[in-house]
Design a binder for this molecule. Structure first.
Ligand SMILES: Nc1ncnc2c1ncn2[C@@H]1O[C@H](COP(=O)(O)OP(=O)(O)O)[C@@H](O)[C@H]1O
Ligand SMILES: [Mg+2]
Length: 266
């Protein structure tokens, strides 16, 4: 197995989001949201544009401070933790718009971690050991990147600069970068948006395989029908709050959800 499993979760829930709110200026983008994620669960979060889905992910992964509420991951209160510290615990996210290093190759992108301050710190923490151990560590990471690329069927573009990839391949690289961090829980923000149907099928298979290997997944996706195929439980957000949650069919049949999606839940 390539990745850490969630089967050794110390607490009842892997993740507990308790009455979390997020404010931009005076605007409440997330308004007292609560839910729990079980170890090994694949949970779908849907909702129209602007519902607060990405902001909720930012609060969980640490890019955005919650203005109220608490987030507990495997028994640890995340409130004071930076994103890279949350990643070390095994909680990582992808971004709606992939953030690849354009001039680096696909393989180098995986070694660079997430292309932001936290990712760089995390990578530094991974490689910043004694000088004599460093070369060995780099070799291990390089081999790990190659196994991740193999798993994602990206080995053929290993040495291609990321700027030459298709939108769908960039999403796979983004997923590859979070897999380098040996996650226990991954938050995927609209991984299928702008991806061609063949790659959507591939990406879906990878997500299901990772979940079967023991990684808990929260998947944001605008299209409810696409989520229904993957997740056994859905949450629908609307204007910062949870509008409905439960098994996919009951959520799709929910009258308020139908109204929020203006009758078209496809
Ligand atoms: N950085 C920001 N500053 C101000 N408002 C923001 C910011 N990011 C998002 N918003 C607003 O917060 C609301 C929720 O946005 P977002 O979380 O991106 O929703 P979703 O991902 O569901 O489309 C929207 O009204 C959006 O315009
Ligand atoms: Mg979003």
């Amino acid at each position: 197995m390539l990745f850490r499993s969630t089967s050794t979760c110390a607490s009842e829930h892997l993740l507990a989001v308790e009455k979390v709110s997020c404010v931009y200026g005076g605007f409440k983008a997330v308004d007292s949201v609560s839910f729990e994620l079980q170890p090994r669960e694949l949970l779908g979060i849907a909702g129209t544009n602007g519902a607060g889905k990405s902001t909720l992910f930012a609060a969980i992964a640490g890019q955005q401070r919650a203005s109220a509420g608490k987030i507990i991951f495997d028994g640890t209160d995340l409130t004071a933790l930076e994103p890279y510290q949350r990643a070390r615990l095994g909680l990582v996210r992808t971004f709606q718009i992939p953030r690849e290093f354009k001039s680096l190759t696909v393989h180098e992108n995986l070694l660079a971690g997430a292309p932001n301050k936290e990712g760089e710190q995390l990578f530094a923490a991974l490689v910043n050991t004694q000088a004599r151990q460093q070369r060995e560590r780099e070799r291990e990471l390089s081999e790990k990147a190659d196994s991740v690329l193999e798993f994602l069927n990206l080995a053929k573009v290993r040495n291609v600069p990321a700027l030459n990839l298709s939108g769908g391949q960039k999403k796979l690289v983004e997923l590859g970068r979070v897999l380098m961090l040996e996650p226990r829980c991954i938050l995927l923000d609209e991984p299928f948006a702008g991806v061609n149907p063949v790659l959507i099928d591939q990406l879906s298979e990878h997500i299901v395989t990772l979940n079967q290997q023991g990684i808990a997944v929260i998947l944001i996706e605008h299209h409810l029908q696409a989520l229904k195929r993957l997740a056994k439980r859905l949450i629908v957000m609307d204007r910062g709050s949870i509008l409905a949650q439960g098994d996919p069919q009951s959520v799709l049949d929910n009258a308020q959800v139908q109204v929020a999606y203006m009758g078209g839940v496809a």
